[in-house]
Design a protein around this ligand. Sequence first.
Ligand code: PLP
Length: 406
Amino acid sequence: MSQTTTTLPLLADLPDPQGYYGRFGGRYVPETLMAALEELETIYASVRHDPEFHAELNELFQHYVGRPTPLWEAKRLAETLGGKARIFLKREDLCHTGAHKLNNTLGQALLTKRLGKKRVIAETGAGQHGVAAATAAALLGLECEVFMGAEDIKRQELNVFRMKLLGSKVREVRSGSMTLKDATNEALREWMARVEDTHYIIGSCIGPHPYPMIVRDFQSVIGRESRKQFNEQVGGLPDAVIACVGGGSNSMGLFAPFYEDWDVKMFGVEAEGEGFLTGRHACSIGNREVGVFHGARLFVLQTPDGQITPAHSISAGLDYPGTGPEHCFYAESGRATYLSVTDTEAIEACRLLCRTEGILPAIESAHAVAALPKMLPQLNEGAKVILGLSGRGDKDVYTLRKYFEE
Ligand SMILES: *Cc1c(COP(=O)(O)O)cnc(C)c1O
């Protein structure tokens, strides 16, 4: 990638001072939110390199989340795929609450305390980010209210109950399609109204600057650990890293610490749902349409006249009609390659990982596993690959049972 080394900005310059990654990102919000975002930016700049803040966060990571999570060589999986590569799973499924999301919510909950605020709000679709936010809030003694579309509340009863059990309120959103997109709009509105005592915990590398950067930084523990573990267990650097991309936080957390290792290839995997040509998918990068969504310029799913259209994926975590700005930049600049796999391929990959490694992955994470046969031909024989296994599949057993019994 010698060409790339000369043309790409360094990680420290992503984003630029205005919050742009190339032509993506920025801050497309009403004036009333500007002040809140500027305050957040200032406080974050002060804690970003504060050893005390990081010591506190690392303490939580180690003794509460269970970090470092293992890096496991999946030998039987590799053999099944033809034995021409070595595959290492970064086990975020072993984090407390079952996925990577807690890395970010704990970071932002600590940040809330630094902001001198006592209340957090969050948006959630399937409820996974809601549960992670409620968990962090309970642990740190913060009041928490989670915004959730009425449709999603119906579909995700158990997670609604979990959030309430954790002491959070769940605010039902009845506008629009009554799903994640509307919950996010409503949460932004609430934040505007109560910014003096409330911090808004966004759940992925999305939203207006500085959110995509903050979430990336907190999730980067995934890539930093992977780098160190790989060097200790195998030596040197991997040839490639691969992870599923919804909003883009688990993948960006894995990718960013390898960004300047120009020889390490990066592969993001989008959810192709029922197939790209059916229009029922979540491939916003694959779609290459630029629009403004939730406060930033991104690749999005939209109609020719600029209306955001719903995404489709069997995995709720990937069912989002945009992709975070840093991924859009990686895609456009060629730093990373984006692949896609369908619902069916992802579900088959869940079974494959169960049977070869004894690991039931989240259907989201199984997208990365399913993409391996599409990625490996792009690498040399004997390539070493780190795969971000973002979460565990216990939450998906009903979906899987329904699929395999039909
Ligand atoms: C939420 C979620 C995702 C998708 O979100 P990203 O921000 O793209 O990481 C992926 N996997 C799991 C297990 C999730 O819970």
